[in-house]
Design a protein around this ligand. Structure first.
Ligand SMILES: NCc1[nH]cc(CCC(=O)O)c1CC(=O)O
Length: 316
């Protein structure tokens, strides 16, 4: 057993909360274990004024952390799973997926509370193409504006920039103690979440068996299987996370996994959505099969029109 563990973390409030959460759980689990946080700045932290979809580039918020891990300056990194690319650098892997409680998107609208109540042409803030496409499908009249920055910044902009509503992940708001700001959890029928939304992923060196073993108690099998299907869906559709794509998988009973996904045009006019259910043991295949289905039914056309190319059919 290790005597000391160093966790690499970004300095945003959400990243710190997540790293502290894992640090606390480790300290409680292993008496006498020293757990230290090391702050690391990523490229995504430095570029705050450009919509994420325009910066592109995989691992925008993760690369510097991963270099630190490979150089053995840190032992592990805690991420929001939804920010993780589907392909990781050689030598690293997501070894632990924590139980997810809140995977949905929240509307924060002190004045109007719900999507249905928003007035015609209401000004809504979100930088996510996924949220934009799905919101416009439900409410084509909405005036959607870009909203970047970390959770705290976005909440500040709600007031400063006179938004009628903004949309954020439920999980992020709750983790930071802003659960009371949520005025509506947007129903899944309207908005499917991002791949892996709400789950934490712990990344370690692939060959660090000791750390992997020490983290096992934080792993949730059901969430891991569900998000395996979600990530396999994303890997087939497109490698990145800034695409108008939503997906939600759930273990229905001990053996079955349902996977529901959407690919949408950014104006919300063309929304391709479907669902499959199958054996939990085939999580990866289920995600890929659903992706094939959506791509064949118009999804590919949407991705191509956005200039987002799908990886080769046979790519893993
Ligand atoms: N894109 C940034 C990001 N990454 C993870 C979360 C929230 C936590 C989660 O979804 O797991 C957020 C904020 C948001 O989308 O509102």
């Amino acid at each position: 057993m290790r005597k000391k563990i160093v966790i690499g973390t970004r300095s945003s409030k959400l990243a710190l909360w997540q790293a502290e959460y894992v640090a606390d759980r480790l300290r409680k689990q292993y008496e006498g274990l020293e757990v230290e946080l090391m702050h690391i700045v990523t490229k995504g932290d430095k570029i705050l004024d450009v919509p994420l979809a325009k910066i592109g580039g995989k691992g925008l918020f993760t690369k510097e952390l991963e270099v630190a891990m490979l150089e053995k300056r840190v032992d592990l990194a805690v991420h929001s799973l939804k920010d993780m690319p589907t392909v990781l650098p050689t030598g690293l892997s997501l070894t632990t997926i924590t139980k997810r409680l809140d995977c949905g998107d929240a509307l924060v609208s002190p004045k109007y509370k719900t999507l249905e109540n928003l007035p015609q042409g209401a000004k809504v803030g979100t930088s996510s193409l996924r949220r934009k496409a799905q919101l416009l499908k439900a409410r084509p009249d909405l005036d959607i504006h870009s909203l970047r920055g970390n959770v705290n910044t976005r909440l500040r902009k709600l007031e400063e920039e006179n938004f009628d509503a903004i949309v954020l992940a439920v999980a992020g708001l709750k983790r930071l103690g802003f659960g009371d700001k949520i005025t509506q959890i947007i129903p899944r029928e309207i908005c499917l979440p991002a791949v892996g939304q709400g789950a934490l992923a712990i990344e370690t060196r692939e060959d660090d068996e000791e750390i992997k073993q020490m983290l096992e108690f934080l792993h949730d099998d059901k969430t891991a299987d569900a998000t395996k299907a979600e990530r396999s869906f994303l890997a087939r559709v497109e490698g990145g996370c800034q695409v108008p794509v939503g997906v939600y998988a759930q273990v229905e009973d001990d053996d079955n996994l349902s996977v529901e996904a959407v690919i949408g045009s950014i104006d919300g006019k063309c929304i391709i959505r479907d669902k499959i259910i199958g054996s939990r043991a085939n999580a990866k295949t289920l995600g890929k099969d659903l992706a094939e289905k959506l791509l064949a039914n118009g999804g590919l056309k949407i991705m191509q029109s956005l200039g987002l190319c799908c990886p080769d059919e046979n790519a893993q």
